[in-house]
Design a protein around this ligand. Structure first.
Ligand code: 6MZ
Ligand code: ZN
Length: 355
């Protein structure tokens, strides 16, 4: 009995792992795996950092505030070009090994005086990692979103947008957009509006973390007017959790896809349990939904696991899971020919999968 259950589990695991997937919401430094973290900790023993400080294990929860403390620790470990190249390459390879065929990675460019790291070099190094993976024929298409950390305020946001704009023009299509993230309890989106508007005007796609916590209703109301091209989390948009009909209407009317990260929200305690996750609300309305990991290293997950969790929690059939992964192609910021290439790949693989 136990044996057959194990066999079934393995078969199910395999389905999700082999399922071709699109990852659209992954923060670089939050995605660093256990193995890479070990290497970084060994490189910097003087920091006295233990692995328990950089990851939230199974069954553990942290407040969102504590999650942001974790990022501070990781940033101490990843503070040079060498580190960034190492973690970015590893993260890309790990996503590829998990069956992700298209990845939009995002990261906040940082400056570190001690190591000579500049924001420009930060982005160039991530792009170099993407280039090397491509050259090594890792089976994944990777694009990059330059991230604005809301905690740093409007001037830094504007500076970052300018940098992103330069790379939009010079990166041969790899830099496709701008992310707004960072501690949602700090600052107000109204101060960042002009930077975001500028980004949009110059052709950068916008992926904004919206209503991750309940206090952001007015901010979301404002930022939805831009409008963003995708929404991160959107946990508190609907009226049942303190959002509003007007917010839902804006999201629906403009058909803005929502990036949903189950484990991140449960472990970060913005959602009380998997079965209460707002995936259900949006999915049942037939709204564009895409499952994502957010921070696979910090939350100890991967995209296969997120699909499996959504399927088991909300009773999705394999056919429905397939459709979910395929529809995500349409929500990428990739140019049309790339989307077509991905569609073709999915169509070919489907015959093996769901005969
Ligand atoms: C858990 N929910 C979340 N909400 C908001 N922002 C988040 C986040 N998870 C990650 N980040 C953002 O991503 C940074 C780490 O990656 P990078 O250094 O940019 O690669 C964090 O410092 C934060 O700004
Ligand atoms: Zn995020």
């Amino acid at each position: 009995m136990i044996l057959s259950e194990t066999a079934m589990d393995t078969e199910a695991d395999l389905f999700y792992r082999q399922l071709p997937k699109v990852e659209l919401h992954a923060h670089l430094n939050g995605s660093v795996s256990f193995e890479s973290m070990e290497k970084l900790i060994q490189r910097k023993p003087h920091l006295n950092i233990e692995h328990s400080m950089t990851a939230i294990r199974r069954g553990q929860r942290r407040t969102l505030d504590e999650c942001f403390q974790v990022f501070k620790v990781i940033h101490q470990l990843v503070d040079s070009e060498e580190d960034i190249l190492m973690v970015a390459k590893a993260v890309i390879q790990e996503f590829a090994a998990d069956g992700v065929k298209y990845l939009e990675l995002r990261s906040t460019p940082r400056e570190v005086t001690e190591t000579g790291l500049t924001k420009q070099r930060y982005i160039e190094t991530v792009l170099e990692a993407i280039r090397q993976c491509k050259q090594e024929e890792v089976d994944i298409d990777v694009r990059f979103l330059v991230a604005v950390d809301r905690r740093h305020g409007p001037e830094v946001a504007m500076e970052t947008v300018k940098l992103a704009e330069d790379f939009l023009l010079s990166s041969d299509g790899v830099v496709v957009g701008l992310d707004l993230s960072g501690d949602p309890t700090v600052g107000h989106g109204k101060d960042l509006l002009s930077a975001l508007q500028k980004a949009k005007n110059c052709g950068l796609k916008l992926a904004l973390h919206l209503s991750e916590v309940p206090s952001q209703r007015d901010e979301s109301e404002l930022l939805l007017n831009l409008p963003p091209d995708r929404i991160g989390h959107g946990t508190y948009l609907h009226p049942e959790v303190g959002g509003s009909d007007s917010l839902v209407e804006k999201v629906c009317k403009q058909n803005i896809p929502i990036e949903l990260c189950l484990t991140s929200n449960v472990k970060g305690q913005t959602v009380p349990s998997y079965d209460k996750h707002h995936f259900q609300y949006w999915y049942n309305r037939g709204h564009p939904c895409v499952l994502c990991t957010d921070d696979k290293g910090v939350f100890c997950t991967d995209l296969s696991q997120e699909y499996q969790l959504a399927a088991s929690t909300f009773g999705l059939t394999q056919e429905a899971v397939w459709k979910l992964s395929q529809q995500a192609i349409g929500y990428t910021f990739a140019p049309e020919p790339i989307k077509q290439r991905l569609e073709k790949k999915w169509a070919e693989l489907k015959q093996q999968f769901l005969p």
